[in-house]
Design a protein around this ligand. Structure first.
Ligand code: PMP
Length: 421
């Protein structure tokens, strides 16, 4: 294997090669990754010379746009090893994909007394849509707890799994702690109990290979903007037999075979779930991002990222008074912490790091039930991508040491430029 050349990778990201002052250290990748020039160019090229609405016209631009859009779907299918491109529906992102399944599959299949199994680690987007469908159908939500290391309690999972479980909807990676869940095992056990499984792959797909057939996932969802692609585009993968059995989520143009005022015949997959004009440029950009990522290869990417995350855990643990949240055995991309001695609000940590050019995320990370379980209201979170480097981990640890020392020494106001505090 060729040595991983992080400098060559960074050179492909326009935002990373600008002359920032102070130099930019971007560690908010779990919220959104930056885009390489090939993605930015593909989207710009589309707008410059290929744009038209898809699927509807015989003219050359529409045909080109349609071809590019459908090629992007083929790239997505290859990337996650779907059996066929038609099983890959373009959505606005993970959130819309989950809402689609909850509304379309959930409302038709759930009845009073049925159970939807979630976990404490879920992002709000894998909680709220299920609460909405539970309220509408009389189904109940059950929650798999976690242990103190931030890992799923598999005994609790097995206890909760029953004939009443209709669907397990669970994240592959916690966006707040980085915990990697054993999804293959969870899927096999859920299937043995007769339940379907939706995997929230939002935090996984950029970090390791995804094979929906090997996993045997019924639904698998992710967003383009955490995968070096544009915002506003994402994917719902579903096994053909489930998608075919589901009613459309939205009605409109492009999702029909024939409409009259008496009756509408819906189009086949994937169109029946893509009502209206989609984010054509976004899909094209996502397809390019996926091919670019695949060209680098996950063997090299995960080795590099594991080095970064491992170093971050080690170096941050050396900062006195800093408590890392969660100690999962397998962690992807994320390290979260709070500063307890002296106590420094996470928002203040984020603002103080920003003054030093370091972008991290602070808050509940759309995981309030998880924060409740941890007994805190927020964390500071650094999250890593394939373009981060060890020097950035060192800079983060050094900055945290310095922020802590300043807090001990005295008035913190000097650090509060952004917050007016
Ligand atoms: N699930 C997880 C685990 C996430 O990290 C996120 C994004 N933070 C989402 C779902 C929602 O993704 P999006 O906002 O792109 O729809």
């Amino acid at each position: 294997m060729k040595a991983y050349d992080v400098a060559a990778i960074r050179a492909q990201f326009p935002i990373l090669t600008r002359p920032w002052e102070p130099p930019l250290i971007y560690l908010d990748n779990a919220a959104s990754t930056q885009q390489p020039a090939c993605v930015i160019e593909a989207v710009a090229d589309y707008h410059r010379g290929q744009h038209a609405n898809i699927h509807r016209a015989v003219h050359r631009l529409s045909q080109t746009a349609t071809l590019l859009y459908e090629q992007a779907r083929e790239r997505v299918a290859r990337f996650i090893n779907a059996q066929e491109p038609a099983e890959c529906i373009f959505t606005r992102g993970t959130t819309e994909s989950i809402n689609l399944v909850a509304a379309s599959w959930g409302r038709a299949n759930l009845k009073p007394g049925d159970e939807i199994l979630l976990s404490t680690l879920e992002h709000h987007s894998n909680i709220v849509p299920w609460q909405m469908v539970a309220e509408a159908t009389g189904a109940h939500i059950r929650v798999i707890s976690i242990d103190d290391s931030g890992e799923l309690d598999l005994d609790a999972f097995r206890r909760l799994l029953s004939k009443r479980t209709r669907i397990l909807a669970i994240t592959q990676v916690s966006n707040a702690l980085g915990t990697v869940n054993p999804v293959a095992e969870l899927i096999a056990e859920a299937h043995a109990a007769g339940a379907l499984v939706l995997i929230d792959g939002a935090q996984w797909v950029a970090h390791g290979p995804t094979d929906v057939q090997a996993l045997d996932a019924d639904f698998y969802v992710f967003s383009g903007h955490k995968l070096y692609g544009p915002t506003g585009i994402g994917v719902l993968y579903g096994k053909r037999r489930w998608l075919e059995s589901m009613s459309p989520y939205q009605g409109g143009g492009d999702m029909i075979e024939r409409v009259s005022f008496e009756q509408t015949l819906y189009a086949d997959l994937p169109n029946r779930f893509e009502a209206g004009t989609p984010h054509i440029a976004g899909a094209i950009g996502l397809g390019v991002a996926i091919d670019w990522l695949s060209g680098i290869g996950f063997a090299a990417i995960s080795a590099h990222e594991e080095g970064l995350v491992g170093a971050a855990v080690t170096r941050l643990a050396e900062v006195p008074g800093l408590v890392i949240q969660g100690r999962p055995r397998q962690r992807a991309g994320v390290v979260s912490w709070v500063m307890v001695d002296p106590p420094i609000a996470t928002l203040d940590i984020g603002a103080a790091l920003d003054l030093r050019g370091i972008c991290i995320r602070t808050g509940h990370h759309c995981c309030q039930p998880l924060m409740d379980r941890l007994g805190i209201s927020s964390t500071a979170r650094a999250s890593f991508a394939l373009y981060n480097q060890l020097a950035e981990v060192e800079a983060l640890a050094a900055a945290l040491q310095e922020i802590r020392e300043k807090a001990i020494r005295g008035p913190r106001q000097a650090e509060h430029r952004h917050l007016g505090g």
